[in-house]
Design a binder for this molecule. Sequence first.
Ligand code: AMP
Length: 162
Amino acid sequence: MRDPVTAYVALGANLGDAAAAVKDAMARIAQIDQTTLARASSLYRSAPVESSGPDYVNAVVEIRTRLAAPDLLARLQAIEAGAGRERPFRNAPRTLDLDLLLYGSGRIDSERLQVPHPRMQQRAFVLVPLAEIAPGRVSPAQLKSVAGQSITLVPSDPGHGA
Ligand code: AMP
C-alpha cells in the first residue's frame, strides 16, 4: 500500500452562509476514504480576487492521504459538486471552491492538475491560513509579498470550540 502523503487543501466560499459551507466541507474532507484530517486553520474573511460578489470565507486544511493526487482531486471535486457549485461564467461567485495546494513535495503538471497550485503564492487568502497551520511551508518573504491584500480572522463561533 502507498505511504500516506501530507497534503494541503484550500477552502473558499462566498455565497449563502459561507462559514457554514467551509466548516461543512472540512467535515466532508475528513470523511474522504484513505484520508485523515490532521489540522484545520482558523476561518478568514477576504475580499474577492479575480471574482465578484460578497467577501469570501477561506481556510486551509492539512490532510494525510493514501490516495493518488488525481484521485484526491476527484474526491474534492465531488465535494464541490455536492455543495451545489454552479459555474454560469468563469470565476463566478461560488458556493464552495477546493484547491489542492501541495501534495507532499510532489510537482504535478498535467492538464487537469497542477501542484503546487500555480496561483497560491499570489494569494494572501491561501498563504495566511497555510502559514497558520504549516509555518515551515510559507516563508516570511512570501507573506510579505501579499501583505497588501486584506484578510481578517473570522471571530470563532462560541460553542464551536475553535
Ligand atoms: P477553479 O474553477 O479555479 O476551481 O478551477 C478548477 C479547475 O482547475 C479544474 O478543472 C481542475 O482540474 C483544475 N486544477 C488544476 N490544478 C488544480 C489544483 N491544484 N487544485 C484544484 N483544481 C486544479
